[in-house]
Write a protein of this length. Structure first.
Lengths: 113, 113
């Protein structure tokens, strides 16, 4: 079972560069989300999607863009990377029903220099 | 908006000591509750979850948690920790019927052999 797959695992960007973090799930889950993890701050929700074609902002959406063209994929785009976006990014998915758990990807460690 | 407090940011224990990590949430409605663990360099893994029923839930690796609705708490316990329990522990809450997980800031546990 692949579950939730994130690529790449590590990335270094220069300030101002753009890139896309990939997230794919093979569980036919409706709900997908992106979190960033920073020391002492836990995980904070960036963007989420309740199904293909539907996305919404989370707690810290600035500087990030998402789209959901298929149920399986939920890429996160950094439009113009800034050092403040240095973080570990986690993608998660869940089936969207009551009493279900979220499954997390392995994470992407991003450094912006 | 829902918020989660983990009051212990760093905990240091010796092997065989008992562990209790506090978690309190703010929203008083029906909630789903989770504890996740993140071992060094790894992704989030689900330790245990509470959806309904018996407020004392047992998870993997000998962990358990007790949901006390009147105190808005979901504390994590383990009678005897091992060196391999060294990790960061996150409490998370979700309002039933919604998919957004709200995380606490995490507790770093160091178990000395």
């Amino acid at each position: 079972n692949a579950g939730v797959t994130q690529t790449p695992k590590f990335q270094v960007l220069k300030t101002g560069q753009s890139m896309t973090l990939q997230c794919a799930q093979d569980m036919n889950h409706e709900y997908m989300s992106w979190y960033r993890q920073d020391p002492g701050m836990g995980l904070r929700l960036i963007h989420y999607s309740v199904g293909a074609g539907i996305t919404d902002q989370g707690e810290v959406p600035n500087g990030y863009n998402v789209s959901r063209s298929t149920t399986e994929d939920f890429p996160l785009r950094l439009l113009s990377a800034a050092p403040s976006q240095t973080s570990v990014y986690f993608c998660a998915s869940s089936s969207g029903g009551y009493n279900t758990e979220a499954f997390f990807g392995q994470g992407t460690r991003l450094t912006v220099v | 908006a829902q918020s989660v407090s983990q009051h212990n940011h760093h905990v240091i224990l010796s092997e065989a000591a008992s562990l209790e990590l506090g978690c309190n949430y703010s929203y008083g409605g029906t909630v789903n509750l989770f504890w996740y663990v993140q071992y060094p360099g790894q992704h989030l893994q689900l330790l245990l979850k509470y959806f309904s029923g018996d407020p004392l839930v047992k998870g993997i690796k000998g962990f358990e948690a007790e949901f006390i609705k009147s105190k808005f708490s979901f504390n994590l316990r383990k009678p005897s920790v091992q060196w391999s329990d060294t990790a960061e522990y996150f409490c998370a809450v979700r309002n039933t019927g919604f998919q957004k997980l709200v995380f606490g800031t995490g507790t770093r546990l160091l178990v000395s052999p």
